[in-house]
Write a protein of this length. Structure first.
Length: 222
């Protein structure tokens, strides 16, 4: 029987337990390790005593990076989200999923690509776009943009907007009517509600979640 866990902060909304119970017949338990700060993170030795594999979500995707052998993930991303505790290896299944999804997103008519946020998920998307020589612009507080109130009409008529900000991102901005929004979060969020109020085409991160979860099962080799 297999024991798994998810490490993160404010993860009570996670669909991971339900997903893995559905797709892993020999799953014994899937625990949510909801931790307020990184000082509470368990040591790898402790995790390996209880779990065969562990998923990691924000804000802890970098904490175990330098303690494991990294598989199928560029080192410059500096973030992992899936640990195989049988052989102490790690990968980033979001990166593997995005490699499959981004080519489909690029088929959406657009004149510019904007990535909202500059965290771990932004790095993944940027890495893949750069590898394919695709032009894009990152919008974040660090480069002077107020993301909560951002409007892109002065820059673009039909932008493809990829939101990599957290679920708590309090968006109150306005996008051009011909925008198309890809949100890497899934479920109900304030950002999703606001974009739908603007009557703009919107895709949430459910496909990303499912593809990366299947990649995790493959990585664990259950």
């Amino acid at each position: 029987m297999i024991n798994l866990a998810l490490i993160g902060k404010d993860i009570s909304h996670s669909s991971s337990p339900e997903f893995y119970r559905k797709h892993l017949q020999n799953l014994n338990q899937y625990d949510l390790l909801d931790l307020d700060h990184d000082q509470m993170l368990p040591r790898l030795e402790w995790l390996s005593e209880f779990y065969h594999g562990v998923n990691i979500t924000s804000p802890y995707k970098r904490n175990y990076f330098h303690h494991l052998k990294i598989i199928n993930t560029p080192k410059e991303i500096d973030a992992i989200n899936c640990l195989n505790l049988k052989n102490m290896t790690a990968t980033n299944t979001d990166y593997l999923a995005l490699q499959k999804l981004i080519p489909h997103w690029l088929n959406i008519p657009h004149d510019h690509i904007y990535i909202l946020g500059d965290g771990s998920m932004s790095k993944l998307v940027s890495n893949i776009l750069n590898a394919n020589n695709i032009n894009f612009k990152i919008l974040s507080r660090k480069n002077g943009f107020n993301l909560e109130l951002i409007g892109l009409s002065q820059f673009s008529l039909s932008p493809l907007i990829i939101n990599t900000c957290s679920r708590s991102f309090p968006f109150n901005g306005i996008f051009p009517p011909k925008s198309h929004v890809i949100d890497l979060n899934y479920g109900t969020t304030f950002f999703k509600k606001r974009v739908l109020e603007l009557n703009i085409p919107y895709q949430d991160g459910q496909s990303l979640f499912e593809i990366q979860a299947f990649e995790a099962i493959s990585f664990w080799n259950f």
